[in-house]
Design a protein around this ligand. Structure first.
Ligand SMILES: NC(=O)c1ccc[n+]([C@@H]2O[C@H](COP(=O)([O-])OP(=O)(O)OC[C@H]3O[C@@H](n4cnc5c(N)ncnc54)[C@H](OP(=O)(O)O)[C@@H]3O)[C@@H](O)[C@H]2O)c1
Length: 281
């Protein structure tokens, strides 16, 4: 899908590096197909060039003029400035893929030339290890090629699903913030392991491997988690006793409320990102 295409990275932080690494390791593109720029940190660009063999841009104008695909990799608060800088050099037919949380496809499309095909994405931090849970949504009129380009790029760092834009806040609440929920659960399991006499190291190794094994079982069998849970819960057994405590403590309700609250917070933050544009329009 990306054969012969030039990908311009607008931002050179940890997300940019994760994508570069995934694209190269997966053999999806050659290093020379990627050009990277940032706001001002030259040293960082040199590091990425040395580490991955990607090109660095002399200016944003040359990068944007040459690239078939532009990837917006700056913080949401910097997107408006970035778009103002690149707009004159963007052109019809380019694909603009943004990972900036809360920045809508319409705001992105308004900031570049008419006919630029916009895709918005919400990856999560597990992109650092090639296991992101990413959702994408297409801007108006983006079309099939833009969808495939976005899937090819983000597929290099994990799994990709497509949702309507209105659901991206929910995605943020579930999988965007999700790694932290899981880390908290592992923290609690390690603490619990220590409480019943295991060393911290052993408790951690067992808890993490338990999570990995359960996740792989879900992926590889495709079975419903409730069915898997029931299969491993014998009446009167240890698992049932443990689950009973989790149920009494409101584990399920707490998770439902956490995802709902994070979704709501994403909506609030999204309104803050959109506010400067509303104020000037
Ligand atoms: N990291 C993740 O796992 C993750 C997960 C989901 C979503 N995201 C999203 O991905 C985006 C990037 O995150 P990150 O963690 O990679 O951020 P980061 O490490 O802070 O990097 C941000 C980059 O943007 C550059 N930048 C800022 N303003 C710019 C401008 N006007 N023109 C060109 N470049 C500009 C910065 O350049 P200087 O260093 O020169 O200032 C820096 O290279 C964010 O929107 C974040 O919400 C990240």
């Amino acid at each position: 899908m990306l054969h012969g295409k030039t990908i311009g990275f607008l931002g050179a932080g940890s997300m940019a590096e994760a994508l570069m690494r995934g694209l190269i390791q997966g053999g999806v593109v050659r290093p020379q197909q990627m050009i990277v720029t940032n706001r001002s940190n030259r040293e960082r660009l040199e590091t990425l060039q040395m580490r991955y063999g990607v090109r660095t841009a002399a200016s944003k104008a040359t990068l944007v003029a040459e690239a078939d695909v532009l990837v917006v990799l700056c913080k949401p608060k910097d997107v408006a400035d970035l778009l103002a800088e690149i707009r004159p050099y963007t052109s019809r037919g380019q694909v603009l893929l943004s990972v900036a949380a809360g920045v809508s496809t319409s705001l992105l499309a308004d900031g570049v030339a008419p006919g630029v095909r916009v895709v918005r994405a919400m990856p999560n931090t597990s992109c650092q290890v090639g296991e992101s849970a990413t959702a994408i949504c297409l801007g108006e009129g983006a079309g099939e090629e833009a969808r495939l380009v976005a899937r090819a790029i983000l597929g290099a760092v994990g799994r990709v699903v497509e949702v309507p834009e209105a659901q991206l806040d929910a995605v943020t609440g579930l999988s965007g913030s999700g790694p932290a929920y899981i880390y908290l659960m592992i923290e609690a399991m390690v603490e619990a392991g220590r409480g019943v006499g295991l060393s911290e190291q052993v408790a951690r190794e067992l808890a993490v491997q338990t999570l990995l094994g359960a996740a792989r079982t879900l992926v590889e069998t495709g079975e419903d988690p409730a069915e898997l849970r029931q299969k491993v819960t014998s009446p009167g057994g240890t698992t049932m006793a443990g689950l009973q405590v989790l149920n009494e403590a409101g584990f399920r309700e707490a998770m439902v409320r956490a995802v709902a609250r994070a979704t709501q917070r994403s909506q609030e933050l999204g309104r803050m990102v959109a506010a400067p544009r509303l104020a000037t329009s």
